[in-house]
Design a protein around this ligand. Structure first.
Ligand SMILES: [Mg+2]
Length: 287
């Protein structure tokens, strides 16, 4: 992980009251997870698929096998999407995951809107994210009544970024982060910044208040856990140490890191050391 990324995840850990969890990680084949668990929580981007409908080898067959053997599946995603839309996109890629099995970070926006009595906000995100604001009753405005910004993407130009900084410099400003991830893997093996990192920069520059939805914070996991039979053996499978694995540890479920996407083999030991976390299991993919 790069320095800024580590600092962001340490900031999340501090927000959650600092804790650590370092079991001895076991390297296994994905198929060996079948007999160990009844319920599979999956991260979405970087774990099952990537940009442009790219599906990681073996991922479809793995989900299919889980269905055939009666295992429970949940998608725990920081992609701030409408569940119905995401379910349809997944189906186009060949994944059958129902809307009620999807727990998205965007689900929590409504509660924050009520907590802070937000009527309008400046939005830094993609078109697909706008539906979440609409659903929560938030108007998108260039100059919102209260200095509130909602961010879920990094795809905006420097003018929009500068305007966001101006808004956040006002007193009583609030930055709501719908995707707290720092970086995401690209298909070619490189990694790019995502909205968590951009939000962290804005926070450090403007000293605004910040609210984060989604992994690694426990609410999204807790909501999903309420939907599965009690005493189930649950595992979170994801590509990101600072969100998927830390978040799973926080709520006391097992974790499995998909190596080589958002986590490089060569920095794994150091990154675990810095954050104070290791996954229970490591797989190199679904084949
Ligand atoms: Mg991911």
């Amino acid at each position: 992980m790069k320095e800024e990324e580590k600092n962001l995840y340490l900031y999340y850990l501090k927000k959650m009251g600092n804790f650590s969890c370092k079991p001895l990680s076991q390297r296994i084949a994905a198929k060996d997870l079948f007999e160990k668990f009844d319920v599979f929580f999956f991260d979405a981007f970087g774990t099952l698929y990537n940009r442009g409908g790219f599906v990681y080898p073996g991922a479809k067959a793995f989900i299919q096998k889980l269905r055939e053997t009666g295992k429970e599946i949940r998608l725990i995603t920081n992609a701030a999407h409408d569940e119905q839309e995401l379910s349809e996109d997944l189906l186009k890629m060949g994944f059958l995951i129902y809307p009620h099995e999807i727990y998205s970070s965007g689900n929590f926006l409504k509660e924050l809107v009520q907590k802070y009595s937000i009527q309008s906000a400046y939005f830094l995100g993609r078109e697909s994210g706008k539906i979440l604001l609409e659903r929560s009753g938030v108007l998108i405005e260039e100059n919102p009544q209260k200095p509130v910004i909602i961010i879920c993407s990094t795809e905006f130009d420097s003018l929009r970024l500068r305007h966001a900084e101006e808004i956040l410099k006002q007193s009583g400003s609030l930055l709501i982060v719908l995707n707290p991830d720092a970086c995401a893997p690209e298909i070619d093996g490189s990694r790019s910044d995502v909205s968590g990192l951009q939000a962290y920069r804005l926070m450090n520059e403007t000293h605004c208040a910040v609210e984060c939805n989604g992994k690694p914070f426990p609410e999204v996991f807790e909501r999903a856990l309420k939907s599965v039979p009690q005493k189930s053996r649950v595992v979170m499978v994801g590509d990101t140490l600072g969100t998927d694995i830390v978040g799973a540890s926080k709520v006391g479920i097992s974790s499995c890191l998909v190596m080589g996407r958002n986590m490089r083999e060569e920095s794994f030991k150091d990154d675990c050391q810095v954050l104070g976390f290791t996954p229970d299991y490591i797989i190199s993919g679904f084949e």
